[in-house]
Ligand binder design. Sequence first.
Ligand code: NDP
Ligand code: ZN
Length: 351
Amino acid sequence: MPVTTQAYAAFSPDQPLSSWTFERRAPRADDVSIDILYCGVCHSDLHFARDDWGFSSYPVVPGHEIVGRVTSVGSDVSHYQVGDVVGVGCMVDSCRHCSACHDGLEQYCQEGFTMTYGSPDRHDQSLTQGGYSRHVVVSERFVVRMPEGIDLQGAAPILCAGITTYSPLRHHGVGPGHKVGVIGMGGLGHMGVKLARALGAEVTLFTRSEGKREEALAQGADHVVISTDEAQMEAVAGRFDFMLDTIPVQHDLNPYLNALGHDGTHILVGLLEPIDPPINAANLLMKRRVVAGSLIGGMAETQEVLEFCAKHDIACDVEMIKIDQINEAFERMEKGDVKYRFVIDMQASFP
Ligand code: NDP
Ligand code: ZN
């Protein structure tokens, strides 16, 4: 039976989110039904609600940092039981048979993965809807287990902000002896700082916000560079092995490339638009530098980063809100005024 669920949705790019009640699809044999406890607020939710990327569909219930409790399982479900505390991140399906899916890289599925919200369901073409809601129904293949004892509020953002920063750090082999710059201290950036540090790298935060300096140092950054200060940027020229760039809007990459040493890699995770202003090719050629990108992480790696965070006692710094504060939260996020992730308490929001 389909389940009626309360939610908050965006109905157009320029209207605030508002209350919406809709029906979740009837669970299938491989589905897990989840009562949502917490959902993080990612900048991607804001981009999608406002149609910044030009492929949004409406109405859309954003939210892809979902933690909840299993309320029922389909007859084919083998990994989860009623009562388990589980997570759902940015994907809810993929083709499951291409080489990328086979390699545990479902985010690079050759047929395109199914996003947690705003994607057509692969079976019935209905649009998926995300975690700013009370319930969700997801195939067990795209569900992860929350580690025993982990703080669930602080762990919800690991499902996007955590895995998105962990995956490229792991892929590029970041570890002891490496100097890593993390650019932008928001949801992704502050997790990038903590994770790079836990992986053994020397970490420098690049921020526009002097006010974030002390907290960055407390969170594990070894150094802080104010990115708007040209003298500070010039002073670190040629120093870094990796840059993890979480800035959500177009920006000049050249000063950051200049901070990389030879063979340094600039990893874009925040930007989906064309790079503008253009990269000066000399900034690449003269030092054999690389510009790379990375998208979230696969399901197995998402489970891995949850275990990694539990082991290293890493949590997101969160500010808890109720769903009726979401529009104010979006406005504050846009101004960079969040320390460092809003997380919605769904039970308190929809008692
Ligand atoms: P936040 O808004 O939490 O943080 C972004 C940070 O970037 C801000 O705190 C600020 O840091 C800095 N920043 C913001 N605006 C500007 C600007 N105009 N110029 C320079 N710096 C700026 O966002 P999230 O961390 O949630 O997301 C970051 C980006 O990553 C978004 O675009 C999001 O869509 C994308 N994303 C990508 C994923 C992927 O798979 N690749 C997955 C999830 C998100 P400071 O004050 O320190 O300068
Ligand atoms: Zn996200």
